[in-house]
Structure formats: C-alpha cells, structure tokens
Design a protein around this ligand. Structure first.
Ligand SMILES: [Zn+2]
Length: 95
C-alpha cells in the first residue's frame, strides 16, 4: 500500500467516523449490491459509500462476496446466477 492509498484510507476512516459507526457484515451485504452497481457504472463507489468500502477493506468474507457479486452483476441476465441475483435484489427492496 503506497502513501496515497494510505492517506485515502485515513480519509475514508475519518468520513466513516463522522457519519456513523462502522457497519457489520449484515449491513455490508445489504448495501453491497448498490455499491457494486455504482462501481459498475463507473462512479466512485468507495466515496459514495465509505462504510461499505471500509468494511470490505477489513473483512475477507465480504470482500469475496463483493467480488462474486461484481461478477454476477456483470453477467446479469446471461445465466442462472444473474437471474438469482436479480431476484435477490428485488427482494432487498427499493434502492
Ligand atoms: Zn463482513
């Protein structure tokens, strides 16, 4: 990790603290799909959702989930996994 990344991490952590407490795995998972969509849209997901980014940096399980979801959403509509995720997304409610 170079200095810039380290600085960025500190900024994100500071942002996290000023907004609310850090999130757990459940909350991370709830927000993950939106986070991935932002990322796939070319937007700055880490900046928009620093709590998720923060958690992903600390939690290997959620990181794996994030990567799987990223892959799934890329493939959405093109296979059973994509359809499964699409259904899951709807069940998570609006937003
Ligand atoms: Zn986690």
């Amino acid at each position: 990790m170079d200095k810039n990344q380290k600085d960025l991490r500190m900024v994100l952590m500071a942002l996290t603290r000023t907004r609310e407490e850090e999130i757990g795995c459940d909350e991370c998972f709830e927000r993950l799909e939106r986070f991935v969509e932002l990322d796939l849209s070319g937007l700055d997901a880490a900046r928009a959702m620093p709590l998720v980014e923060d958690h992903l940096g600390k939690c290997g399980d959620c990181r794996e989930e994030f990567e799987a979801l990223l892959e799934a959403l890329r493939e959405e509509g093109r296979g059973p996994v994509g359809r499964l995720w699409a259904r899951l997304r709807r069940s998570l409610g609006p937003g």
